[in-house]
Design a protein around this ligand. Structure first.
Ligand SMILES: Cc1cc2nc3c(=O)[nH]c(=O)nc-3n(C[C@H](O)[C@H](O)[C@H](O)COP(=O)(O)OP(=O)(O)OC[C@H]3O[C@@H](n4cnc5c(N)ncnc54)[C@H](O)[C@@H]3O)c2cc1C
Length: 500
């Protein structure tokens, strides 16, 4: 029996564990043991079920991620395998609207905007979100020739440079930064497009213009919807998907199906070393030592760095070159009648240029049906990110007070509305920043770790922060090790089915 030791019980580590379990169920003589530093599994995925103080149901509070991108198949595939596909929850698109704060006022995101490109003429020309010179500059994008990229040249650019070059500064400040940069909680002046949204770079080269590219995408999506309409009884296909009981429903069930008895929480791995060519040894914070045949490091990059430094300083240096920023979410529950503003929206984005502490707010109980009992609402604010690390130095009470007053000043929350409860979740260095040069760092990490027998890295620090990407990275790490052992899994040759 060969043993894979998995360090880290976030979604990437759990995806790795579950893949080992599937392989073992298929007759391969392998097992895993998973070590997680925190007392709970799930990593950044954390859902708290809070009973309504009035005893009329419950609130479902997601402290970290609250959804995944529907178009990426990995979460659907796993949900299907572990029997919770029917528990997937689409957004309530009958109430879909996004507000963007601009010059102190809330403006609805114009209909037809894809990423940061307007694709519908009337909503674009009539919106008060942009000035007329800003709109004209955006329209001129059609006529700007694409960047010349020599054959074989690596094409990369920061989000800022790319958007300003093609669509103008106002589009970056009012749309691209909050909508696109916000997904990664990243600084647009440093964020590498090749590492985050390579399709934008490809689109410029393919269509010569982003507007032309996005119009083609809109046409394609509309055709697909016509060709494959939602069937009676089928759930609507929305842009984002969650689970009925919050995102942790996914990781809880993954852990259960993979085997909780093989997971040890509340202790961290302090050191790691190859004992000989085929065995690995690690020391844990509880004083114990574990041995196995391979190791998957599914921690944050900054947590993997000290473990790998004695083994390969070049990998450790590359890991240290991935900066991470901290953030926090604050959720408030209120009586609906008390909030004093229109709840028919998914939330509010506050661009950096507005210089607010609040980066974004989600009207959680509007966006996701069932997040609050009838007559109550759940709202969530997001703070921190690369431009406001200082807020993380504040006490919990201060952060809560800041977010509460931002809700009043920006959204119009009634100052007299009394929160039924409040929850704050801090994510220390929880967001890896894919800055320029990220892909070369990742390539170096993959190349050098690829040459070390029995070692693989996984997680959101490398090739995508989204949950589906994290699942795939955990699974890929297992495949790397099994391939070294001459085990070829049938599922590695199956195409990812599209479940939407
Ligand atoms: C506030 C927030 C909101 C987000 N929203 C979304 C969203 O809506 N949709 C989306 O797709 N993505 C979102 N993301 C990104 C996504 O949550 C992460 O990319 C993903 O959860 C990372 O998973 P992971 O398994 O790689 O790492 P983690 O979840 O960070 O897991 C790593 C684990 O390793 C453990 N560990 C570290 N060192 C050791 C050690 N020495 N020994 C043992 N254990 C160790 C840690 O305790 C941790 O549990 C969000 C992230 C944050 C912070």
């Amino acid at each position: 029996m060969k043993r894979i030791m998995i360090i880290g019980g976030g979604i990437a580590g759990l995806a790795a564990a579950y893949k080992v379990k599937r392989a073992a169920d298929n007759g391969h003589k392998i097992e895993f043991i998973l070590i997680e530093k925190e007392p709970r599994l799930g990593g950044k995925i954390l859902t708290e079920i809070v009973p309504d103080p009035a005893g009329n149901g419950r609130f479902i509070v997601d402290g970290g991620p609250d959804c995944f991108l529907t178009e990426k198949p990995a979460c659907h595939r796993i949900a299907k395998l572990i029997g919770i596909f029917d528990e997937e929850l689409p957004t309530d698109d009958s109430r879909r609207k996004t507000w963007i704060l601009s010059r102190g006022k809330l403006h609805a995101l114009p209909d037809g905007v894809i990423m940061f490109a307007p694709t519908k003429f009337i909503p674009f020309v009539t919106t008060g979100l942009f000035s007329w010179p800003g709109k004209i500059r955006m329209g001129l994008e059609f006529f700007i020739p694409p960047k010349k990229v020599k054959p074989g040249e690596f094409n990369d650019e920061t989000l800022e440079r790319f958007v300003v070059r093609r669509m103008g500064r106002e589009c970056l400040d009012r749309l691209a930064e909050p909508l696109v940069g916000g997904i990664h909680a990243s600084d647009p002046a440093k964020m590498s497009l090749a590492a985050t949204f390579p399709r934008l770079l490809e689109m410029e080269q393919k269509y010569g213009s982003l507007l032309k590219g996005f119009l083609a995408i809109r046409k394609m999506v509309e055709e697909m919807r016509r060709k494959y309409p939602t069937q009676p009884g089928e759930k609507p296909r929305t842009f984002f998907t969650s689970f009925v009981n919050g995102m942790q429903q996914l990781t809880d069930r993954m852990a259960e199906v993979a085997g909780l008895e093989r997971m040890r929480t509340g202790r961290s791995v302090l050191s790691l070393r190859p004992k000989n060519q085929h065995r690995w040894e690690m020391h844990l914070s509880d004083g114990s030592t574990l041995e196995g045949d391979a190791v998957i490091l599914a921690t944050e990059s900054w947590a993997a760095e000290p473990l790998l430094r004695p083994l390969d300083p070049a990998i450790a240096d590359a890991l240290a070159g991935i900066p991470c920023t901290s953030s926090a979410t604050v959720s408030f529950a209120f009586h609906e009648a008390e909030v004093g503003f229109d709840l028919n929206a998914f939330g509010v984005l506050c661009p950096l240029v507005e210089k607010r502490a609040l980066m974004a707010a989600t009207y959680s109980s509007t966006k996701w049906p069932g997040r609050a009992p009838k007559g109550k609402v759940l709202l969530r604010g997001f703070v921190g990110g690369p431009h406001n690390q200082a807020i993380m130095e504040r006490s919990n009470e201060e952060i809560i007070r800041i977010v509460h007053s931002e809700f009043q000043e920006i959204i119009g929350l009634n100052p007299k509305a009394n929160p039924l409860f409040t929850r704050l979740y801090r994510w220390h260095l929880g967001m890896p920043q894919y800055i320029m040069g990220h892909l070369s760092r990742v390539e170096l990490i993959e190349k050098r770790s690829g040459e070390i027998r029995g070692l693989a890295l996984a997680g959101g620090s490398y090739r995508g922060v989204g949950l589906p990407n994290c699942i795939e990275s955990g699974e890929k790490a297992v495949s790397k090790i099994l391939n070294e052992w001459g085990i070829d899994l049938e599922e590695d040759h199956m195409e990812e089915k599209r479940y939407y």
